[in-house]
Write a protein that binds this ligand. Structure first.
Ligand code: NAG
Ligand code: NAG
Ligand code: NAG
Ligand code: NAG
Length: 283
């Protein structure tokens, strides 16, 4: 009886020790709700919950590259992993380790959670293109815009644009419509400018959006700001015809009054002149 209890304890104790050795501190919570958010190749990993009494360390594993550690012993629940995803066509997974500060030196494997796979080239969201200038002359609407930049640089230090990375996989779409109507038209380009035929008497509104036709998901990027032209807009359009009728009526009234007044003044002057002549006649 006593023997059996002691034996039981021994098994339990060795099981506990084995677990501690194998899994670090098994009581630490592991990360949940791990998400990748990536725009123009700037990529942030986020997770839950806020740590209390422990830290996180992020390990990024590429299919063909070595494991890299980021945000070592962080008390945050996010990590900018942009610089370790430079090989943008690679598929990565992140391990988020839960650790106490003393543990990192040990050989034990701390508890961790695994993210979904992430391939920057296929999954980063295209940011808003910036519209540089636009004109509507006659029946041509011209729009010039710029590629969004990525956080990655050329050896000379200038930032690479999304065009530098996606090359011919990248297109842009222009959506345009007559101001105050809802019928949108669209056209595509691989350059940095659009020229479309429009009704020269109407104002148009438009926005630009990056697009990667070869993608299955995340095909459309973020929309640029909406801008509108103002060719057909003269004072009549802005204030309406009523104002002009009122102004015309006032003008006619003032004009009539001026004529009436000058006629009256003229008659009085003539009458006065006639009266001033009379005494002379009488002399
Ligand atoms: C994870 O996400 C779910 C759903 O969005 C939410 O209900 C839950 O509270 C989150 N977990 C943590 C630890 O924040
Ligand atoms: C945009 O600006 C450049 C330089 O200021 C000019 O040469 C070009 O014609 C402009 N394009 C349009 C569509 O207005
Ligand atoms: C840097 O190099 C890139 C590609 O070689 C080139 O397009 C860019 O104009 C260069 N920038 C500067 C500031 O020299
Ligand atoms: C990335 O997208 C391309 C084109 O859709 C596809 O061929 C490739 O398998 C994708 N890569 C991954 C890792 O999903």
């Amino acid at each position: 009886m006593l023997h059996a209890v002691a034996g039981g304890w021994a098994v339990l104790l060795s099981a506990l020790l084995w677990r501690l050795a194998a899994a670090g501190n098994p009581d630490l919570p592991t990360a949940v709700n791990i998400t990748w958010s990536s725009i123009n190749f700037k990529t942030i990993l986020q997770w839950q919950p806020k740590p209390s009494g422990y830290f996180y360390t992020v390990e990024i594993n590429g299919m063909t590259s070595d494991t890299k550690r980021k945000c070592i012993l962080t008390a945050e629940t996010e990590c900018d992993v942009t610089d370790v995803l430079r090989n943008v066509k690679e598929t990565y997974t992140a391990h988020i380790l839960s650790v106490t500060s003393s543990e990192m030196d040990n050989f034990e494997e701390p508890p961790f959670a695994v993210s979904e796979q992430f391939t920057p080239y296929n999954q980063t969201v295209l940011g808003k293109p910036e519209i540089k200038n636009y004109t509507q002359k006659g029946s041509k609407l011209n729009v010039v815009f710029q590629d969004p930049l990525t956080p990655y640089t050329f050896p000379n230090g200038s930032f690479q644009s999304i065009r530098d990375i996606f090359q011919h996989d990248l297109e842009y779409k222009l959506y345009y419509w007559k101001d105050q109507s809802s019928g949108k038209k669209d056209t595509r380009t691989k350059s940095h400018a659009f020229e479309v035929n429009v009704d020269s008497t109407k104002n148009y509104c438009f926005y630009v959006q990056g697009i990667i036709p070869s993608r299955r998901d995340n095909r459309n990027g973020q929309e640029s700001v909406v801008l509108c032209t103002s060719v057909g807009r003269n004072i009549l359009d802005e204030y309406g015809a009523e104002v002009f009728i009122i102004i015309a009526v006032i003008a006619i009234a003032v004009f009539t009054l001026a004529i009436v007044l000058s006629v009256i003044l003229c008659k009085r002057k003539k009458a006065k002149a006639a009266r001033e002549k009379e005494p002379l006649n009488g002399v």
